[in-house]
Design a protein around this ligand. Structure first.
Ligand code: FES
Length: 106
C-alpha cells in the first residue's frame, strides 16, 4: 500500500478525514476546515482551551515546546488519565502519517 504524500487527521467522532500540510498547527487546520475548536487566546498558547486528545499517531507530531508544557502543567493535563492531551495551537506534523484525534465536544 502506498503512503499518501500528505499527513492526515482523522476526526474520529465526526468521521471526517482532513489532508494537511506539515508544520501547520492543528488549531489553524481545524479553523480553516470550519471545525470548532475552543480558544480564548486565539492560538497564542495561553488559555489551554484548545486541548485535543491524540488517540493514535503522536509519533508523527512535534514534541510539546516549553509554552505548551506550561499550559499542560497549569491545566493539569498530565495528571488527567485520558490519553495524550495536546494544545491544538502548538501541535503540528513533523512526519508523514495519520493521526486520530477527538475533543470532549466532537
Ligand atoms: S488556543 Fe489558547 S492555548 Fe491554544
Amino acid at each position: 500500500m502506498l503512503n499518501s504524500p500528505m499527513p492526515k487527521i482523522i476526526l474520529v467522532q465526526l468521521k471526517k478525514v482532513i489532508e494537511v500540510n506539515f508544520y501547520e498547527s492543528f488549531f489553524q487546520i481545524l479553523r480553516k476546515n470550519d471545525i470548532p475548536i475552543a480558544s480564548s487566546c486565539q492560538g497564542r498558547q495561553i488559555c489551554g482551551r484548545c486541548s485535543i486528545e491524540i488517540i493514535h499517531g503522536s509519533e508523527f507530531l512535534n514534541s510539546p515546546d516549553e509554552n505548551e508544557m506550561q499550559v499542560s502543567k497549569k491545566y493539569g493535563w498530565q495528571q488527567q488519565n485520558c490519553g495524550h492531551l495536546r494544545a491544538a495551537c502548538s501541535t503540528y506534523f513533523v512526519k508523514n502519517g495519520t493521526v486520530e484525534v477527538k475533543t470532549t465536544y466532537w
